[in-house]
Design a protein around this ligand. Structure first.
Ligand SMILES: [Fe+2]
Length: 306
């Protein structure tokens, strides 16, 4: 329902925020039980720079789309005001055992759910108080806002890429982004969107004895590197419609985590920016290609970072 007396809501930033648990492990926050000697500074310093920018942006809520809440029937939305538990990475329990206590903007979550449902997308609200929030949400949100002083909404990844194809996922995620934009505008809220994933995603299958041993870290192979750099150049050039058009090919060639639909969802919600992305850092984590980047719709505050 539109509320004409209220200022129109808006997306004030969109962030590409990769979620290797290694980055939280390397930061040693109080919430994580594991201890490290550091690592992956290029990404962590980039994240810290973007987190400082977000501190200076007026926003109400962070909406994150994650590949690690995987739903096979429809798109699900967090639907309770608080979730508190311990998140353990199933692949890296040695790195990530994170005690979280987060708040959800249920009103906006329901608004996006309802708008998506009205446009024909199968949807469901997650109302289980024992639901464990996935580590993709937690890593990306923690690194963008370590104070956790804003509510979030998490949107699940409906696995269209696996059930159908990367092309079907691209179309479905774009429709979801369009519906979420409409809900945000009608909500009157200022929203930061978060697309939580790596770019190229081939990774090593064995771990160094010391996970943060940076002498062991490098991109998995050269073709993944070339693909990642191609996409980053297109982002710098403001060619986001073209990036989304070639995303199915990129996803298949580099086993990219864009298979989840998050990036297409965010770019569709932002109406495919034709202005330059802000680049904050690129580095490999267990061989995967990770980029921290942001799209700032405001020309006044948009920066050339790197
Ligand atoms: Fe992931």
């Amino acid at each position: 329902m539109s509320r004409p007396f209220m200022a129109k809501g808006e997306i004030v930033a969109g962030c590409l925020a990769p979620h290797p648990p290694h980055l939280v492990y390397a930061d040693n926050p109080d919430q994580n039980e594991a201890y490290s000697e550091g690592g992956w500074e290029t990404l962590r310093w980039g994240y810290q720079r973007l987190a400082r920018k977000l501190k200076n942006i007026d926003y109400d809520v962070m909406v994150v789309f994650t590949p690690h809440w995987q739903t096979y029937i429809g798109t699900h939305f967090l639907g309770l005001p608080n979730f508190k538990s311990k998140s353990v990475d199933p692949i890296f329990p040695n790195l990530f055992r994170f005690n979280y206590d987060l708040t959800v903007d249920v009103e906006l979550s329901e608004a996006m759910h309802n708008e998506a449902a009205a446009s024909g997308i199968i949807t469901k609200m997650m109302r289980n108080p024992d639901f464990r929030v996935d580590y993709g949400t937690i890593v990306s949100c923690h690194l963008l806002n370590p104070e956790w002083d804003k509510p979030i909404v998490t949107i699940s990844s409906n696995r269209n890429a696996h059930y159908y194809s990367a092309e079907v996922m691209n179309e479905q995620a774009a429709a979801l982004g369009h519906a979420c934009r409409k809900a945000i505008e009608e909500s009157g809220k200022k929203v930061v969107l978060v697309s939580s994933h790596s770019l190229s995603h081939r990774h090593f299958t064995t771990e160094a004895p010391l996970p943060e041993d940076m002498s062991r870290e490098h991109i998995y192979n050269h073709s993944n590197y070339v693909w990642d750099m191609k996409l980053i150049q297109m982002m710098r050039d403001g060619k986001m419609k073209e990036v989304i058009d070639i995303l199915p090919e990129f996803t298949e060639q580099t086993i990219a985590e864009t298979d989840a639909g998050a990036f297409t969802w965010m770019m569709s919600a932002m109406e495919y920016p034709d202005y330059p992305a802000e680049i904050y850092g690129y580095q490999s984590v267990i061989g995967t290609g990770n980029l921290v980047a942001s799209w700032d719709p405001s020309e006044a505050s948009r920066e050339l970072v790197l």
